[in-house]
Design a protein around this ligand. Structure first.
Ligand SMILES: NC(=O)c1ccc[n+]([C@@H]2O[C@H](COP(=O)([O-])OP(=O)(O)OC[C@H]3O[C@@H](n4cnc5c(N)ncnc54)[C@H](O)[C@@H]3O)[C@@H](O)[C@H]2O)c1
Ligand SMILES: [Zn+2]
Length: 354
């Protein structure tokens, strides 16, 4: 088993091991007292059909009382409606502060259940059991929780760290190749912003054979960033590499482009923009495109860049008329570059090198 310990406002372990799902009860018993705590396990319908039973059995075997709640899969469920149903379910099952929630699933479940945990009874503890590659390496660690509102994604949220993360990479075997690839975009992001050595590994290894090691590598990078800036006022922003333009691409394509695909194209565009500003060279762009291709991710955006500029102006990471761009100057090193939105618009209306 690989263990990454996160020292944030709460200290917790991220446990990564194939087959750990069926042992999650015993792992939770190291953190919570089974005779005193009920585990409220929440999953979407896809994940429940595949993994709810072994999780419930394992928790019961460890001595926990267990109750379950299943909601429809998809981003639309990260809503106030589903959140209210979760609160009702918790009240009906007499869940108190000595109990804990279990978010079993992808990033939608983790964000939604994490936000329920942050707000129910002014905050109770919760465990993340990520089942997508993206949730394992990104959303289950770091304590950002949220729901969406019609005005935008993740606009209502809270920082609330989990008490434990149990990651079983065997669960990725049931993901579609497209959903797995979405996680690969975030994996490549970590290498680009933080570690040339990790990038080299991704350029050469068979990740299916080294999933535990790769997840641990990514989680450890996120740990280092989050420990320095838990509340996202400084260095944590580098995790947005590729995201400002990626979100814009997702938006202008009406989400025909997935998050991972958007981030992949966003990383390429921001690198081309960096080249235009003289902050990186063509060799870096070539390296990025090759590694994206290796993981079946797109790197060419063929829509109009001027349309993206308009969408960037509404980016929630903007402060006043300044937007913070994350640029990678050399593999493994990211910088935050504040830029006036008008300047970004002018650059995107011109030609970018390729
Ligand atoms: N909190 C953070 O720091 C953070 C970071 C990145 C992304 N996010 C959020 O994460 C969400 C995206 O996460 P996601 O891509 O995991 O989406 P998701 O949770 O919707 O999962 C994608 C799909 O895969 C299915 N699924 C999950 N695990 C499965 C498995 N093992 N086998 C088969 N199917 C499975 C789900 O039912 C769903 O249909 C977004 O809402 C995003 O805002 C949060
Ligand atoms: Zn992302």
């Amino acid at each position: 088993m690989k263990t990454v310990t996160v020292h944030a406002s709460v200290q917790y372990d991220v446990l990564i091991e194939k087959g750990s799902l069926a042992r999650c009860g015993a792992l939770c018993a190291n953190v919570f007292e089974p005779s005193k705590a009920t585990a409220a396990v929440i999953a979407d319908d896809n994940v429940a059909a595949l993994y709810l039973e072994p999780v419930v059995q394992s928790l019961k075997q460890a001595g926990f009382s267990v109750c379950t709640f299943v909601f429809p899969h998809g981003e639309d469920s990260k809503s106030h409606e589903v959140l209210l149903h979760i609160y009702d379910f918790l009240i009906q099952n007499n869940i108190t502060r000595s109990d804990f929630l279990v978010a079993l699933g992808g990033g939608v479940t983790g964000d939604l259940v994490g936000f329920a945990a942050a707000t129910y009874l002014r905050g109770i503890r919760f465990v993340q059991i990520p089942t997508t590659f993206l949730a394992a390496i990104d959303s289950s660690v770091g304590g950002k929780t949220a729901v969406n509102i019609p005005a935008g994604k993740n606009l209502i949220g809270a920082f609330h760290q989990p008490s434990l993360v149990v990651c079983d990479p065997d669960t990725f075997s049931t993901l579609t190749p497209e959903i797995f690839a979405d996680g690969c975009a975030e994996m490549i992001k970590y290498a680009m912003i933080w570690s040339e050595e990790f990038l080299q590994l991704l350029e050469s290894c068979d990740i299916q054979e080294r999933l535990e090691e790769i997840v641990a590598y990514c989680v450890d990078i996120k740990r280092q960033v989050v420990e320095q800036d838990e509340h996202d006022t400084g260095i944590r922003m580098i995790l947005n590499y590729g995201h400002t333009l990626g979100h814009a691409i997702e938006k202008v394509t009406n989400h025909a482009v997935s998050h991972g695909q958007g981030v992949a194209m966003g990383m390429v565009l921001i690198t081309r923009l960096g080249m235009k500003l003289g902050r990186c060279d063509a060799a870096l762009l070539h390296r990025l495109c090759s590694v994206l291709e290796r993981y079946h991710l797109p790197f060419h955006y063929d829509g109009a860049l001027s349309e993206l500029a308009e969408s960037c102006l509404h980016d929630k990471k903007r402060s006043g008329s300044t937007i913070r761009l994350i640029l990678v100057s050399t593999a493994g090193k990211a910088d935050i570059l504040p830029m006036d939105t008008a300047e970004l618009e002018t650059i995107l209306k011109g030609e970018l090198p390729c």
